[in-house]
Design a protein around this ligand. Sequence first.
Ligand code: S0N
Length: 277
Amino acid sequence: MSVEWQPVRTYEDIQYHKAGGIAKIAIARPHKRNAFRPRTVVELFDAFADAREDPQIGVVLLTGVGPHTDGKYAFCAGGDQSVRGTAGYLDEAGVPRLNVLDLQRAIRSLPKVTIALVAGYAIGGGHVLHLLCDLTIAADNAIFGQTGPKVGSFDGGFGASYLARVVGHKKAREIWFLCRQYNAQQALEMGLVNCVVPVADLEAEGVRWANEILEKSPTAIRCLKAAFNADCDGQAGLQELAGNATMLYYMTEEGTEGKQAFLEKRSPDFRQYPWRP
Ligand code: S0N
């Protein structure tokens, strides 16, 4: 399935394209196995914000540019350890940041479908990024794992708790405590990915899934995603789900009557609306 990707904006650390309702965001630091530095995260956040605002976009593919000149692929190898300071990852002004947490929430609450296309390494904070996408399509060369306790970091937020929701507590603790690497087939068996395809077919498969999703009702999918999130995300998840209920209520005649009455300086006539069974 060939797609005519159109570049959206020029960035330093990522590539951002769109085509037919699909946005494709790719981390472009293959010499670092696509590890992210603060700038990378700022750019990813910006691209996700653009995809959120664009009413034509229903699905976002998140991936990594590759292969590198050594022939190896990476989705993302997590935080760039070469700019890790004493209180986070140092931006170009030397300010320590943990801004990947903002990006995680932006991906999680995007009211559109996110699909991670993983070729090669999805490790550390990179593994958490694929985890947070709604769906993951793995190339047959994909390798998954957390390294925190080996390199002196940990993600006790979504990286631990949501991982446990996805693969179960025993497996999640194994992944974090032993820091092993898992191949695509093992990831499929533990429910960490949705399917495995040959690496050459990865993008085409992502586009196929995206197009299948784009045939469906945007509002139904938006509410379903919020409902899945609400099950895990406490009050923030409820806020997201309830926000959709408010949006739908605004779209009703009944909801509009309240606003109209205020603007017309009269009492609202809600008696015309039924108390449904
Ligand atoms: C990915 C691995 C397994 C690949 O191994 P391989 O194929 O043998 O390649 P290498 O020779 O190791 O790497 C090739 C080049 O890429 C560089 N590189 C790779 N990963 C990184 C990285 N993460 N940072 C910086 N550089 C990286 C190598 O250095 C090499 O370059 P040269 O040739 O110039 O030396 C293997 O590379 C590997 O294990 N990588 C490290 C994986 C890792 O430990 N990542 C960090 C884990 N921690 C996080 O991600 C923090 C998460 C986080 O950000 C966070 C979480 C919760 C709350 C807050 C935060 C926050 O800090 O914001």
